[in-house]
Structures are given as C-alpha cells and as structure tokens.
Design a protein. Structure first.
Ligand SMILES: *Cc1c(COP(=O)(O)O)cnc(C)c1O
Length: 406
C-alpha cells in the first residue's frame, strides 16, 4: 500500500516559522502547474485511455491519482497535504464537507458495537449529539468526563472502553485539558485518542506531536477564515489513516473542490490572522476582567481560566474566541448587552474576520462536571477590527447591561 502521504508530501520544513509554513504548504508543482495557489479542478468523471488503463486505476489505493471525482482532485489533495504538513509526525489528512462530518467519520472509524467512548463534558454540543443519538443507535455507549480530569481518566477506563475524545479548550467554557497526561493513559491501555483542535489549530497546538492519534479541525473556522465556507478535516498519526480513509470512502465523504480552494486561499494568511486574533482577544479579555460588571473571564491565557497552567505549558498561543461571566443579572440583562453591540454580529460559528457575540448556556447540556457561574455567560469571537473600536462597543453594551440589571 502506497497510500501514505508521509512518503511524498510537500516537504515543509518543521523548523520554519508558522507564517512561512502556511505559505509553502501543499503547493506541489504537479498540482499547481506553476499557478501560485492551486487552482480549482472540478470533476466527477475521469476519462481513461483504454480498458486496461481503467482497470489499472481501480481499487482502494487511489492516493493522489485521478480516479473518480469522489476521490478528489489536486485541489483537495493540495489542501489535505498542506494540513498534514502543519502537523509534524502526521501521516495524512482527509477532508469533509463540515467539521461535524469530520467528527462523525473519525468516531465511526474507531468505534464498533459494544465499545465505550469517553467524551469530554465540554465538547461541542453536536459532538455530544452524535454520541447520544448516532453512536447509541449502533450500540456504542458514551461516558462523559470532567475536562480537568487529567491522568485521573484512568479510573474511568473499563473493559469496553475503546477511545477518548478530547476538545481543548472546551466549547463555551474553555477548560484546558491535560492532553499529554490523557494520551499517556490511553497508550498504556491501548485506546485511541481523538482531539477537536479547532480553537488552537496545529499552529498553536501541534496535536500529533503531542501524541494524539486523530486530530480534527472545523476548517470552517480559522483555516477558511472568512465565514463563507463549511469544511472539516481529520489528520491522522501513523497507523490510523487507513481506517479513517476506508470509513470516509464508505460514507461517501468528499469536500467540494471550490470550497477546498477557498480554504487553501484562507490558509495562506492563517498565521498572520491568528497572531492578530490573539493580540486583540487578549487586549479585550484583560479589559473585561477589570470591569465591575464582569465576574470572570474564561480565556485560556488568563489565570482565571480553568486549566490555564496546562495552556501555558502546552500551547504556543491563544486564538480569538473566549467567554466571560457577568456579575449577576438575568437573561434579559444579557440580551440588553448583546443587542446593544453594533460591531459584534449575533451568530453562530467563528474564526472569520468579523467579531461575534452569542449567549452561552453550558448548564443546559453539561452532565459530568456542571459548574456554577456568578451570572449569565457571553461568548465572544474577536475579529480583525481595531480593538479600540470593539472595546468602545463593549463599553456601551456593559452600560446597557448595568441599566437592565438595576
Ligand atoms: C464549529 C465547530 C465544529 C463544527 O464545525 P462545522 O464546520 O460548523 O460543522 C466542531 N467543533 C468545534 C469546537 C466548533 O466550534
């Protein structure tokens, strides 16, 4: 089997800086034809020269060979190759039409009826939905665990446990998980580890290097970066790609060439965008933490965030998404704050160039490790606007909150 991207992927040197690596990644001459960004190759049918040629191209091993549109074209191969090259030690990457589709394929590639999954309590809500509905229907059970469990996860492992799913930091509440400790326990028990790495991306948390087996991105967020494409990816450590690829082929998964092209375009600026998201989000998080209307800021780079020490030890940076807890007030006072904002849109998703604010209600979904908060929670995506303008907007919002709370 030659279906191993490690042997032929673009050699982006791991010693180069992030901005250089995202510019270089995936741009093989045979795929670009000399055009700077790999062009869009759209296809369903691929034509063969003869029956012998058609037969020679058939089979499972169609890696980087035109075979049929569902197996991709150089446009998708280039993006997949680029994402692989950003994860030192990775074998290969498969692309999906959304982040949620990527999570489903990764889970189905490792779990079988009778298996148990350990799923972090702070996982993205649709991931919980897959566990409780899709996986349950196929005889796979799920146990939720505290995101701060660390090596203590060993106590939850039973004879049926097959895999551990992590998301760090967690959705809405941003607890940072001790991924190396959990990976060490998983290895000792022969379990597969999966990580939703959407917040950090491989630039701030090189997941395969840290020991994770399957690392997942909602590429919809920072890779695309412009809020106009749905896309997902799973990058596998050596030995884990063949099963992932086979399951994804069976599921009929394919990311569109046009969407992959837009993602590959977005990727070129991901390092500079992330650097700016990081700077602006930290400025705003620090400003918020000094405000009397704010009880706590849940940003992994601030000591007030659960798991901050682990973040400081393991991560190379922080991105633009975080939450804050209001000091008292109710749902209506929180709505007064968010409705007052002019520069922050109200909408799901994140990772684009524009700022967003949504109400966050973790208590509605958490089961294993519910936490008490002093008031309602707001999640912010800090975009690429001038932070001073965003601060002025939040200042007006907090005043509206204080009026509504009184
Ligand atoms: C948005 C998101 C996803 C899902 O990605 P889609 O592309 O929207 O399907 C998965 N995980 C996290 C942490 C997310 O924020």
């Amino acid at each position: 089997m030659t279906d191993n991207a490690d042997t032929d992927r673009t050699h982006t040197d791991d010693t180069l800086g992030d901005a250089t690596r995202v510019v270089q990644a995936g741009r093989r001459r045979e795929w670009t034809g000399g055009i700077v960004n790999p062009p869009v190759w759209r296809a369903s049918t691929i034509l063969y020269d003869s029956i012998a040629d058609l037969r020679a191209n058939a089979g499972r091993d169609t890696h980087h060979r035109l075979y049929y549109g569902r197996r991709g074209t150089p446009t998708q191969w280039s993006l997949a190759d680029a994402l692989t090259s950003l994860e030192p030690g990775a074998e290969a990457t498969f692309l999906y039409p959304s982040g949620v589709a990527a999570i489903a394929a990764a889970l189905l590639s490792v779990l079988s009826p009778g298996d148990e999954l350990l799923l972090v309590d702070s996982a993205y809500d649709p991931t919980r939905g897959q566990a409780m509905q899709l996986l349950r229907r196929f005889g796979i059970t799920t146990r939720f665990y505290d995101p701060l469990i660390g090596a203590g996860i060993a106590d939850l492992i039973g004879p049926a446990t097959r895999a551990i799913f992590m998301e760090s930091p967690g959705s809405l509440t941003f607890e940072v998980q001790d991924v190396p400790a959990i990976v060490a326990v998983a290895r000792a028990h022969g379990l597969v580890t999966l990580l939703d790495n959407t917040w950090a991306t491989p630039l701030f948390f090189p997941a395969i290097e840290r020991g994770v087996d399957l690392t997942i991105l909602a590429a919809t967020k920072y890779v695309v970066g412009h809020s106009d494409v749905m896309l997902g990816s799973v990058t596998a450590a050596p030995g884990h790609f063949a099963r992932l690829r086979d399951m994804s082929f069976q599921l009929g998964q394919v990311a569109s060439p046009d969407d992959s092209w837009l993602a590959s375009r977005g990727l070129r600026t991901m390092a500079v965008r992330l650097a700016q998201h990081q700077r602006s989000a930290l400025t705003i998080a620090r400003w918020l933490q000094d405000r009397p209307e704010v009880a706590t800021v849940l940003h992994p780079a601030l000591p007030s965030c659960p798991g901050h020490d682990v973040w400081a030890r393991d991560f190379k940076g922080s991105s633009g998404l975080f939450s804050f807890v209001l000091q008292g007030g109710d749902e209506a006072a929180r709505a007064a704050l968010i409705d007052r904002l002019d520069l922050f849109g109200i909408g799901y998703s994140w990772g684009g160039f524009e700022s967003l604010a949504i109400p966050a209600d973790p208590a509605r979904i958490r089961t294993a490790a519910p936490r008490d908060y002093a008031g309602p929670m707001v999640r912010l995506q800090i975009g690429l606007e001038d932070p001073a303008d965003l601060i002025a907007d939040l200042d007006r919002g907090l005043a509206a909150f204080a009026d509504a709370r009184a």
